[in-house]
Design a protein around this ligand. Sequence first.
Ligand code: HEM
Ligand code: SF4
Length: 567
Amino acid sequence: MYKYDEIDQRLVDDRVAQFRDQVKRRIADDLSEEEFRPLRLQNGLYLQRHAYMLRVAIPYGLFNSAQMRVLGHIAKKYDRGYGHFTTRQNIQYNWLNLEDTPEILAELAKVQMHAIQTSGNCIRNITSDPFAGVAGDEVVDPRAVCELLRQWSTLHPEFAYLPRKFKIAVSASAEDRAIVAAHDVGLYLHKNNQGQLLADVLVGGGMGRTPILGVIIKRDLPWQELPNYLSAVLRVYNRFGRRDNMYKARIKILVKALGAEEFARQVESEYEHWVGGNSTFTETEWQRVAKHFTKPAYKQATSLQAEQVAQLADATDQKAFARWLERNVKSHQVSGYASVVLSLKPHGTVAPGDVTTEQMLAIADLADKYSFGEIRATHEQNLVLADVEQAQLYSLWKDAKTQGLVLPNIGYLTDIIACPGGDFCSLANAKSIPIANEIQKRFDDLDYLHDLGDISLNISGCMNSCGHHHVGNIGILGVDKDGQEWYQVTLGGDQGNNASIGKVIGPSFFAEDMPDVISKVIDVFVEKREPEEKFIDAVRRLGITPFKERVYQDRPNRKAADEVSHG
Ligand code: HEM
Ligand code: SF4
């Protein structure tokens, strides 16, 4: 894992000292809230519904046990004993006091963590595949590129005040696990026949109120040229992006307005001034960074067949353990090893992605004991221990079970992605967490979930789409009509290589109707499904009409939101 050098350390330490002074001045009222706002946002501090919320960066979702312990300690000492892992592979605290925030940043800085560029109109945390460096289908390891881009984009003076936030995702495997096309810039890394590392560059994706999937505007860009080409993209965006209307300020709107071809042409003409310039990544830079991403000291372990691993369990645990192996354990590049997903989605009890201090400390111990001290955050709001010896899987399962982290529901309907919604977020139209919990309770039967197979269900509390509802096979969006909370349902969204944006099925529903609505959608799937067909494939084959007909057929005996609104 990358280790900050003295330059990084000085940067975060200086920032803590600066922020401490800013907070002091705010508390003394020497700074008004208006003056303080941009300063706190540069340090990931939002003022939310009940308290201050701090978003801490986890670069490309990779962190270690020492950092996790500090995250757990912060949750206990300064928050209410838990933290929330987000779809951007970051962690957020929801209940902070302003006076404590400098000290929190100081504690984070000691383990090379910070909240810089987790907010504001700058280049945000770069996201990537949580299985980077270990995935069986990996083409190249993307982590060195992610880190080089992190360094390049951190405090980049020219790109600190973009028209709007800017998100970059990197994928380098056969299967895209980073929803690359839903980002302002997405990179697909690959190698040519000569072994040269290249990038295909996508531009103009994003969710929010105008969901758009990005398109490739440059193929086979040599990795050394990434800062030059991305600078050209950002320059065109900086110059022509809409600063007059924040709802039209994202790069996707500019790309849409110009057309991808014209946008690419403008980038190309800007790029001519940058190509081969001072910012070009060099081999020396690569070596400096890539040495941190060498393989851990794997044992010479024999690869075990699935049945052999299953037999590690005691008789009473065999069924539960086998299920967990099937859903939560992923293949690994190294023989005798596997990657494990710890589910942060216990059915119906906590917000998806929430982890208590006790769990954080336990996960840090698990990482040390089983996975070379490393942890990854996934954009589905789960955690990964990437390097577990197969022979240790049962032992890990037993340890993780004591913390409620082994629900075998990864990729199932109850592995719900949800934003904080109306419980915390001041922008929300409606709550997300209780909806997630009620659906989880309704679909609590693991046998049934197993029969249903892969289904993603994502919930956002408003159009900003922090919960990725547009790319959920089933998407739920909180809407506000006449001061009441309603929920709109979309079907057919997907992430991965076949990413797509879901379609709205019709008028919205009340919160209490939502478990029934989802049940009806699932009933149609079960009735019309072909053998072994996945939910998303069935929706694509059947279209949304049969689902829509069933859901609205004997609609709950009350008016739909749209009917209320429009008389
Ligand atoms: C509670 C405080 C939060 C606030 C005030 C907030 C605010 C926003 C806003 C205003 C947008 C729309 C930006 C635009 O399209 O221009 C947005 C998008 C987004 N946020 Fe949040 N958010 C919050 C929490 C979260 C959380 C907890 C997550 C992860 C679960 C998250 C992940 C995202 C994602 C994935 C998008 C959309 C992706 C995109 O189009 O780039 N946010 N957020
Ligand atoms: S989607 Fe809306 S409600 Fe949910 S966290 Fe984002 S801004 Fe808040």
